[in-house]
Design a protein. Structure first.
Length: 254
């Protein structure tokens, strides 16, 4: 071990460095750590997007009543964090298993069946994570007049329609909108009835319907499973399944 002028100088330099470090303000020592933490938080926090900018949501219809999206999330895929600003109903197409991860809340596992219709009150952001083995496909219908209709008294009859060769199941009424699931056997029909307001048809199966109006004018409606059709109000008609198979649909009446 050397001892001499050089060794003495080294001891002085080390001692000076130790004293300098002891005299440094605490914020100077912590500043690099604080900057690194801030940068990490900014880069790791998910960025929230509007639903119209979420790539799994495809706008298929919009008017003064609704904004309708066709949604598909592949197995093991995840949506971006996106915000729902309006109350909405989604109708599932097929079976799916997802993790619904609302911002600020614990994830919730949800198992969905074909034709399930669910209502959600808006003004929240979430991620839909497909944790199953099948695509998560649905039609999401935002209610553009939810703020006005939320507290309006219900105008709807809770009794299902009398369908010949089929059924109507009224699922719920939310924001003045009646949501029901209709099944028609081959040649099944709904007798003459009147729609005061418009309604939205969501096909759960391929559909081939014949609508005959009060003046005996007839028209056919053909839809593929997953398609939607907006029907204006103030119409009276009889609707018949003229296809070769039973048909299923969800109807939202406004």
């Amino acid at each position: 071990m050397s001892s001499g002028p050089l060794a003495g100088e080294r001891r002085v330099l080390i001692a000076t460095a130790k004293i300098g470090a002891m005299k440094s303000p605490a914020w100077m020592v912590l500043l690099p750590l604080m900057i690194a933490t801030s940068v990490f938080a900014q880069t790791s926090a998910p960025k929230e997007v509007e639903i119209t900018a979420e790539p799994h949501h495809h706008l298929v219809l919009q008017n003064e009543y609704v904004r309708v999206f066709s949604v598909e999330v592949s197995p093991k895929d995840t949506t971006l964090l996106h915000r729902h600003r309006h109350d909405y109903v989604f109708v599932n197409l097929g079976t799916a298993e997802i993790s619904n991860e609302v911002l600020g809340k614990a994830p919730v596992k949800v198992t969905l069946q074909d034709g399930d219709a669910k209502f959600s009150q808006g003004d929240f952001a979430h991620v839909a994570r497909n944790i199953g083995a099948t695509p998560f496909r649905n039609i999401a219908v935002e209610f553009m007049q939810d703020a006005k209709m939320r507290d309006e008294p219900s105008k709807w009859d809770t009794e299902p329609a009398k369908i010949q060769g089929g059924t109507q199941e009224i699922l719920f009424v939310k924001d003045g909108v009646r949501v029901s699931r209709v099944e028609l056997e081959t040649a099944g029909f709904e007798p003459k009835h009147h729609h005061v307001g418009p309604h939205l048809v969501i096909a759960l199966t391929d559909i081939e319907l014949r609508a005959e109006s009060a003046d005996k004018t007839a028209s056919n409606l053909e839809m593929k499973a997953g398609e939607v059709k907006w029907v204006p109000g103030d119409i009276t008609h009889t609707v018949t399944n003229v296809g070769s198979k039973p048909e299923k649909m969800v109807i939202l009446e406004f």
